[in-house]
Design a protein around this ligand. Structure first.
Ligand code: G3P
Ligand code: MG
Length: 245
């Protein structure tokens, strides 16, 4: 059985503010195989790493990412909400992240946050950034919005893509594949043997989110899922040793 890859979800987001450089740095030190990042676009169409469309929850600002230029976004404090220790953290651009990440021996999952706002051209912008840094061969691009997956597949049919979903449906693996997806990223409650079998039959990878509990990790490792997304990569790396050599 192949090892289940461990992706640090928004970085090591239990230990440091999500989607910030300290969270990514801790992820790389944790022994995780990969990092998952969330991408939104600023008003001046710069890809930035933040989970929510609105900056309110994870910064000292308020309002939508798409209403602000990068200049403004960069001035926000993206760490104090988590702990005053991180008050010097700012929102990271995709460019800054890739300049750092490309030297790490890790895989990447870029999640396009297009399920609420369909940022125009985000697929092209992100694709160009990944291509420029020669990251395409170790990156999977995912989205809850199937249009983003289809567009990415049209830009380059060889790019690895993943349809993200928390909704059960008949023949999910086949459906995702027909829409240009090479893998499925599903919420834990959708995971069962049958889904994994269907993924295998359709030559699709299966990765599962968000896996923080040991009992959830155990199920993913025992079934042999291709990957998990976890806020506690350091714990997952230790726990995996019990189940997979
Ligand atoms: O990519 C897996 C997971 O990140 C999807 O959900 O809301 O945490 O971005 P969310
Ligand atoms: Mg995400």
């Amino acid at each position: 059985m192949k090892k289940t890859l461990i992706y640090a979800h928004r970085g090591a987001s239990k230990l440091a503010p999500e989607n910030t450089m300290p969270a990514y740095q801790l992820a790389s030190e944790s022994g995780a195989d990969g990092i998952e990042i969330d991408v939104q676009l600023t008003k001046d169409r710069i890809p930035v790493l933040i989970h929510d469309e609105n900056v309110r929850r994870t910064t000292n600002g308020t309002g939508f990412v798409q209403e602000y230029t990068l200049d403004y976004i960069k001035k926000l404090d993206a760490g104090s909400w988590f702990s005053t220790k991180f008050s010097d953290c700012s929102i990271v651009t995709l460019e800054e992240f890739l300049c750092w990440f490309k030297f790490k021996p890790m895989v990447l999952n870029v999640e396009l946050k297009t399920n609420v706002i369909e940022y125009k051209e985000i697929e092209n912008i992100v694709y160009e950034a990944l291509a420029k840094h020669r990251m395409l061969n170790r990156t999977v691009i995912s989205s809850f919005n199937l249009n983003s997956i289809t567009r990415m597949h049209e830009i380059n049919p060889n790019v690895q893509t993943a349809f993200l979903t928390s909704t059960k449906r008949q023949n999910l693996a086949k459906f995702a594949k027909e829409n240009g997806s090479t893998s499925l990223h599903v919420k834990y409650r959708l995971l069962d043997k049958k889904l994994l079998k269907n993924c295998r039959r359709n030559d699709m990878s299966l990765r599962v989110y968000t896996i923080n509990r040991p009992s959830y990790m155990e199920k993913c490792f025992n079934l042999g899922c291709d990957g998990i997304f976890t806020d506690v990569p350091h714990e997952a790396v230790e726990y995996r040793k019990k189940f997979q050599k």
